[in-house]
Design a protein around this ligand. Sequence first.
Ligand code: FAD
Ligand code: PHB
Length: 394
Amino acid sequence: MSRLDTQVAIIGAGPAGLVLSHLLGRAGIEAVVLEDRSREYVEQRVRAGVLEQGTVDLLDDLGLAGRLHREGLVHRGVLLGFDGRRHRIPLSDLTGGRAITIYGQQEVVKDLIAARLAAGGPIQFEVEDVELAGLDSTRPVVRYRAGGAAHELHCDLVAGCDGSHGVSRRSIPPAALTVYEREFPFAWLGILAQVAPSTDELIYARHERGFALHSLRSPEVSRLYIQVAPDEDLAAWPDDRVWDELRARLAVDGWTLAEGPVLEKSIAVHRSVVVEPMQHGRLFLAGDAAHIVPPTGAKGLNLAVADVRALAQGIAAWYRTGDTAGLDGYTARCLRRVWRVQEFSTSMSTLLHRLPGADGFDERLARAELDWICRSEAAARSLAENYVGLPFDD
Ligand code: FAD
Ligand code: PHB
């Protein structure tokens, strides 16, 4: 058994764990990142694509946004499709110039891993059997196996950044946590396609056959989603059927959807989860380990970044002065944003999807809301403010 000592043990090399490792590095705090997958796996995993203004600003501030600025696509508006037409929400005009940037999550992850390793920051990939112990003590221990051998990482604090299926949340006694959960009666079938996007800005479309989203990754690669049933079988969706459905749901007169080879296809269920509190003893949860939001608001990655920004500030203040206020207030500070985002993501999901059992009344309510967003600048501004992301709270 080998023993290693550090200040902060970070479990998980997703956006939350990696951004935290950089923020701590900048503050002169030592951290070790433990990840159960291989480097190749986490760098290829296709997930989110929309970065809020605040996320981009933070990566910029850390000197990590070079490729993001060269290759990312800055969007100043977003399109809502319904009743065979499209309406543009001018995001930047409504939010004092704020914008979103389209840049794949796996590209963010690649950039953060490369920079962290280049700075000499340890990331241990392919660890197994991670266990957290002594969370109520002043020196917790993370036990794990790597390369066939047993290891112990002794630390002051543990950051649980290991997503919704990780070990961190499970290490908190159930009686110490309240879990708020909601399943949505739909899922998204997503494809990544080797074809130039047929739109300059994202299209969120409400249609009687179900929701569709046209997003992008680059001038050559498109990302598209359709609403399907939560128990849908991927095998029932050959590429032609996906394109037929996308064409039908995104249709407006005079516009054609360009098709191309499908590079990746998967189904993601829609779920909301929040655990309260986000901390237990010396363990602090961040990102998907603490909360999941349905993807309609494009917020998961951005929330993860906001969490670790607050956590890094709390940790840095504690090491600098011994002041525990930032760490003690971590949960309350994060949850305010988390619940705002849950509300926004749930409203967007409900507005744009076709819910099983919905009747003419529901249909008319949704149309009335979309019509209101088109007619009222206040309603459009509210959507825009939430979509580009709330400024950080300090
Ligand atoms: P993660 O990115 O999940 O990172 C956690 C890391 O911890 C992973 O690398 C994992 O391998 C590692 N890990 C897990 N268990 C252990 C362990 N025991 N020990 C060590 N390491 C461990 N959001 C959107 O906005 N749009 C989308 O289209 C979208 N699609 C998604 C599709 C899927 C399938 C999923 C799961 C999420 C999606 N999200 C989407 C949400 C978004 O990707 C997440 O919110 C974001 O990844 C959160 O980052 P994170 O670092 O908290 O967690
Ligand atoms: C994506 O590009 O993957 C994407 C865009 C917007 C969303 C969700 C996912 O709301």
